[in-house]
Design a protein around this ligand. Sequence first.
Ligand SMILES: Nc1ncnc2c1ncn2[C@@H]1O[C@H](COP(=O)(O)OP(=O)(O)O)[C@@H](O)[C@H]1O
Ligand SMILES: [Mg+2]
Length: 373
Amino acid sequence: MVGFDRYEILKKDFPEPFWPSPFYSKSMNDIDTFMQLGFLRLETFFRRKNNTFFPVQLNGSIIPSQKESSVEFILLIEDISEKKKKEREFKLSQEMLLSLNNKLEKLVKKRTRQLQQVMNQKNEFINQLGHDLKNPLTPLMTLMPILHNEAPDDKTREIISRLDRNVQFMKNLIVSTVELAKLDSMDIPLSFESINLKRETDKILQSNFSLPNNKNIQIVNDVDENIILDADKIRLNELVNNLVSNSLKYGKKDGSVTITGKQLDNKTVQFQIKDDGIGMSHEQVANVFKEFYRVNQRNSIFKSSGLGMSICKKIVERHGGSIHCESEGLGKGTTFTCILPKNHQILEDGVVDVKAEQNTDVSSSRNEQKLSV
Ligand SMILES: Nc1ncnc2c1ncn2[C@@H]1O[C@H](COP(=O)(O)OP(=O)(O)O)[C@@H](O)[C@H]1O
Ligand SMILES: [Mg+2]
């Protein structure tokens, strides 16, 4: 290992030839402990005959003996040059990775800031454009029914009706686009308050869906009583309105829409809208929350903007929750499930966080209310 022959090693100045005194004397404490405890494990440097140094590990163990005058021991000497080299390389790559990580983190933060700026500009632009487009539509919308009533013949009336549908569609598209931009912008805060989910859902259904509908679809509010959660009432109304409207629009004649709500644990609430309507394919389910997605692109152009579900997703996310869609296939109905935190807390960066609430009783009482639409 060191290149000396045994006579050179066993000279008077042992172990100086292969274990030079600077390293040897540094290990004196370990050697003393070795004599007391009987075990040795130390790292030091040895010298080769060609005067090069290399790291070694010494593992020693004293052999119990009857003789008082001498000590017998086994000493294993391992050349750990390769191990040390690997350790150095590993440390170096770790340091490089760390500095790369730091650089990347800074870059991501910078890009996120830039992206947020661009998003804010986009939202401001959409907001401004929304107002600029909506303003000239208002007199048009007021004029349309008057023109329709005063039309001299059926053909003119039909043309005015078509114009009216166009104007309505444009207004809806503008309102939805502006709403989506508002939900996108963290600068526009939601207004959270503590609400009773069952009571709030009842109110929304009464005010938006109490009129009869030609499909005779029944809406069942089966939300558990006594669920209290933090929500923005206006946005919750929009969420329920969008989901129930879709269930009616894509529902079957004499079918039903069931709304359920239950507490999953003391932090989370599950809110579900289930219908037995036309259902959706896998591909449709996968795309339903994409902006401007409509299954029947051509036929529904004047009826829908394809923004309703994107708005629902944003509303639920701004509440710190998630939404997903399920359908067993075409003709087999659709279920939308929202998972919502009971409590919310706004963090510095505007992200909604869930705050744990202890010892909340989970209500098991249920109350059904049926509405015919
Ligand atoms: N309850 C449902 N049953 C079947 N299809 C649905 C349902 N809800 C949404 N969809 C499909 O998802 C598409 C996107 O929905 P949405 O964003 O609300 O747009 P739209 O304005 O067309 O209703 C709809 O065009 C429809 O094809
Ligand atoms: Mg819709």
